[in-house]
Ligand binder design. Structure first.
Ligand code: UDX
Length: 504
């Protein structure tokens, strides 16, 4: 830092926010959107942002996205990397995400503490991934204000918060398959629709499960006095009733989503193209070219996100159901989607799903898609999704109804909200059968196309309104920016007091 900059820094340090996601696609993607929003909307003097990613994920982000060139225009922005404690050779998928969270709590924690203490200029606020409890612990230890970002829907966060009461009341553990449709009564605001099978995937265990205990602990810590401020990737018109409940216990809750649309809206009028990618895989634009040849609203887009794994037999059931439906579809199959620990015999995987195929009425692409562009393409009329939160929001903003086949974590409750509460689609939870796939595809894309289409268009309108000036998410981001600046000036005053004490 130059002497002049140091003097300026001393006089009025620009707020310096460190953003630290769980290093997996869905978390990196939404928290990088937040990083860009803070860099862009920081107002006069701006907000300096450091984005902390794992070594391996950072290499892939730079290799497969335009993030490096995009962020170069924000002078106060920098990428930093940290060892996540895992081998550097693959992206985390399936239930291994839970191992990653545990490993980071052990191995990354001390490295993070050292890094935070050495940051120059000093960090004045940490925005940590809410699933990594150690980020809060370390920030409190070193005396830096912490804001927790929950990349999942607020309903999942709210269920996590009430897990002790659910367990205390004996509503967990679930007593076998016959018990899965029993109603859960201990989550305020969700009594009318929440069943055992809609609880987050990690609740399908014994009550003394260590993963469950850790999730409860990190959620409850955030409510310690004073409760950590919360950033949520949702909007008032979508999650209003639950948000009202959350705000009773977490008064500083900033609902600023849908983040991808919020960023796109704020970038309008700047020199940046809004098509920003945060992908950790190479995006195949060929699917957009194929979509250009399809009639409006005729294509079902199929994608199960960055973490889902499925057995070979399940892949075949989806293939048979999709082809029997006679509906046009674009299926993007992520490398590693099929787990290889499954039984040796059973159905062979059709060559079309290994090599990919393109016909007049269907395309199978083995790779990764520019998903936001696919969902907003005129030819796409439906989305068979795993109900990851980012995918759910992207489908809502694009006005595309969904068929939900959740894999784990928050996806179970997201699929219930989409189907039962918002009536924006169908819930295929806990079923993988070619006849059900065929039936639901025809119901979404033919029989109830108009009904779902109308609701989807209305929700898309509300989502876009929320991020425009005067909308709830726009105003909440302004409040967040003001609070981040306040934390910085309080840190300066505190430092000033300490230095004057040192002198006296
Ligand atoms: C994970 C969890 O699984 C999810 O439940 C949680 O809400 C967020 O963290 P993930 O499984 O990756 O997320 O799903 P999702 O939240 O939908 O995020 C995937 C992101 O990758 C989306 O932004 C989507 O647009 C993008 N994507 C996915 C692509 O760009 N191309 C693809 O081919 C698939």
């Amino acid at each position: 830092m130059t002497e002049a900059a140091a003097i300026m820094e001393q006089a009025s340090p620009i707020p310096h926010v460190l953003i630290f996601p769980l290093p997996v696609q869905g978390h990196v993607s939404s928290m990088l959107k937040l990083a860009e929003l803070l860099s862009l909307a920081g107002g006069e003097g701006g907000i300096r942002v450091t984005f902390l990613n794992s070594d391996y994920n950072h290499k892939r982000l730079i290799q497969f996205s335009d993030a490096e060139s995009r962020f170069r225009k924000y002078p106060g922005f920098q990428f930093k990397t940290i060892d996540d404690g895992l081998p550097m050779d693959q992206l985390t998928k399936g239930e291994k995400v839970l191992d990653l969270m545990r490993e980071m709590g052990l191995k990354t924690r001390p490295i993070f503490k050292d890094l935070l203490a050495q940051m120059d200029p000093p960090v004045t606020c940490v925005i940590g991934d809410g699933v990594l409890g150690f980020i809060r612990d370390v920030s409190v230890e070193v005396g830096i204000p912490i804001i927790r970002f929950r990349t999942v829907g607020v309903s999942c966060f709210w269920i996590n918060f009430w897990l002790p009461e659910i367990i205390e009341a004996g509503e967990l553990p679930v007593q076998g398959n016959g018990d899965m449709d029993r109603m859960i009564t201990k989550v305020p605001g969700m009594e009318s629709f929440l069943r055992c099978r809609d609880l987050p995937g990690y609740c399908r265990v014994s009550a003394d499960d260590q993963v469950l205990a850790r999730i409860v602990r990190t959620t409850r810590e955030s409510s310690s006095s004073p409760p950590s401020p919360l950033i949520l990737n949702t909007f008032d018109d979508f999650d209003g009733p639950i948000l009202a409940q959350v705000r009773h216990l977490f008064p500083k809750t900033y609902a600023i989503g849908p983040l991808h649309e919020h960023l796109k809206s704020r970038l309008q009028g700047t020199t940046t193209t809004s098509s920003s990618s945060n992908s950790l895989w190479k995006e195949e634009a060929s699917c957009l070219t194929w979509l250009d040849t399809q009639p409006p609203g005729s294509v079902l887009y199929v994608n199960f996100g960055s973490i889902t794994v499925m057995r070979r037999e399940q892949l075949v059931e989806f293939w048979e159901g999709l082809t029997s439906s006679k509906n046009r579809f674009l299926w993007v199959i992520r490398p590693g989607l099929v787990s290889h620990e499954e039984e040796l015999d059973g159905d062979e995987i059709p060559e079309e799903l290994v090599e990919g195929i393109e016909k007049e009425n269907l395309k199978v692409l083995v790779g990764w898609a520019p998903q936001e562009a696919v969902l907003s393409h005129d030819a796409v009329g439906g989305f068979l999704t795993h109900s990851g939160w980012n995918s759910t929001l992207e489908s809502i903003v694009a006005g595309v109804p969904m068929i939900c086949w959740p894999f784990f974590a928050d996806q179970q409750v997201n699929s219930r909200i989409v189907s039962e509460v918002l009536k924006l689609g169908l819930d295929m939870k806990d079923v993988c059968d070619r006849r059900v796939v065929e039936r639901m595809v025809n119901e979404l894309m033919v029989e109830k196309k108009e009904e779902f289409g109308r609701k989807a268009v209305e929700m898309a309108r509300m989502a876009k309104e929320s991020v425009k000036e005067g909308g709830s998410s726009y105003e909440n981001l302004e409040l967040l920016i003001e609070d981040i600046k306040l934390m910085s000036s309080q840190a300066r005053e505190l430092k000033g007091c300490k230095s004057s004490n040192n002198i006296s």
